[in-house]
Design a protein around this ligand. Sequence first.
Ligand SMILES: CC(C)(COP(=O)(O)OP(=O)(O)OC[C@H]1O[C@@H](n2cnc3c(N)ncnc32)[C@H](O)[C@@H]1OP(=O)(O)O)[C@@H](O)C(=O)NCCC(=O)NCCS
Length: 163
Amino acid sequence: MFRDEDATMAMELAADPYVPTVGTLPANASQGEALAWVQRQRQHHIRGTGFAFSIADSESDRCLGQIGLFTRELGKGRAQAGYAVSPAARGRGVAAGALLGLLDFGWTIPELHRVELYIEPWNSASVRSAENAGFTREGLLRGHQEIAGVRRDMLIFAALREV
Ligand SMILES: CC(C)(COP(=O)(O)OP(=O)(O)OC[C@H]1O[C@@H](n2cnc3c(N)ncnc32)[C@H](O)[C@@H]1OP(=O)(O)O)[C@@H](O)C(=O)NCCC(=O)NCCS
């Protein structure tokens, strides 16, 4: 779970040009805006919209990023995952490791059968992270959603519960 002190990492994420376009973290967030975002992460499971986790370094326990499992479609056996790693912590496979941990958690939810990722085709680091965590690329969804005011194609990846 996120701790208030993780607002420092959130401020680093808010300096990334892409992250603020796909979530609720304001671009170049102030300390107060970053803290409010951290506090919103803790509300997902209370509101029943999913689970948002701080990705912690296994040695230092320092917050390296965020990963979430969003469960609005849980009634249909599906959930969507999203993730972001602080720019300073990139380049060592943090997202793939966090995705594997998220799947371990997800499969403890009996109703869940399928975890989906929606990734823009240009986002090679995210594509590789998905593949490294064992997700399968299923196709391209054309004009699937609007990001920063532009309709975007999205690749869909999924992991299925092993039966
Ligand atoms: C996507 C993201 C989470 C990956 O961070 P990370 O875990 O540090 O990923 P890494 O830098 O370790 O790279 C993971 C893989 O992608 C590859 N990769 C990274 N950048 C790449 C690039 N520009 N082009 C091609 N491959 C790239 C790496 O070589 C590595 O592959 P490998 O392990 O097979 O060698 C991070 O870039 C991020 O937070 N981006 C902004 C938010 C975002 O895009 N979230 C995902 C939305 S779908």
